[in-house]
Design a protein around this ligand. Structure first.
Ligand code: DGI
Ligand code: FE
Ligand code: FE
Length: 194
């Protein structure tokens, strides 16, 4: 695959590889991210692409994910092996390149950091991270009503709140926290506005 697929082709391919629920979530993230790009003056096309593809590797099993990393000269970290849900972010960048012909480094980076976040994220990274949490199909997370408003008022405040809720949730449920998640939380903890 060398040329980038059209949006409609991307959607068709995602529909054929992801579960129906995951596909609906994907569309929710793509459109929420597009609206946020309008609000914050980011590229709508990149927001749409990154939103559509952020979970494109979600259909892979733990074993398949690790095999894909190995085939591409990468290794899973210990924490990724214990928490395989983390693997779909790195694998997503590989699948987006190989299966969808995406070579836009900004789009690939937003996919890479969409699960854990990282310090000093760029605008597209933040939009995808937040859109993933607030898209209309989500209904479990705390503070969703507030966050859905805040996301269009102060992106950094919304980001900080999601990171805090995520770290709280991981601590309460006794799940190991990835250093990238902790670093992102620490970096944005006291941020009022950037
Ligand atoms: O793929 P999605 O379900 O749409 O969302 P996501 O990629 O943001 O993944 C969310 C899951 O990732 C959520 O259950 C929390 C988990 N997660 C995020 N950071 C960490 C983490 N899990 C562990 N164990 N450690 C982390 O640092
Ligand atoms: Fe994800
Ligand atoms: Fe997602």
């Amino acid at each position: 695959m060398s040329t980038m697929l059209e949006f409609s082709e991307i959607r068709n391919k995602l529909r054929n590889t992801l579960s129906e629920q995951r596909y609906e979530h994907t569309l929710g993230v793509a459109y929420t991210a597009s609206a946020m790009a309008m609000r914050y003056g980011s590229s709508m096309e990149q927001a749409m692409l990154a939103g559509l593809l952020h979970d494109c590797a979600k259909y892979l099993s733990k074993e398949e994910s690790i095999a894909l990393l190995n085939e591409n000269g990468q290794k899973p970290t210990e924490i990724e092996k214990i928490n395989p849900v983390l693997l779909h972010a790195r694998c997503g960048t590989i699948v987006a390149r190989k299966e969808y012909g995406i070579y836009d480094e900004k789009v690939l980076h937003a996919i890479l950091v969409h699960t854990t976040g990282e310090p000093n994220m760029n605008l597209l990274d933040k939009i995808i991270y937040v859109a993933d949490y607030i898209e209309p199909n989500r209904d479990q997370a705390p503070h969703l009503d507030r966050l859905r408003n805040l996301a269009f008022v102060s992106l950094d405040k919304a980001l900080a709140m999601i990171l805090r809720d995520t770290v709280d949730y991981l601590q309460i449920t006794g799940k190991p926290i990835d250093p990238r998640t902790m670093d992102a939380y620490t970096y944005y903890r006291n941020v009022e506005e950037i």
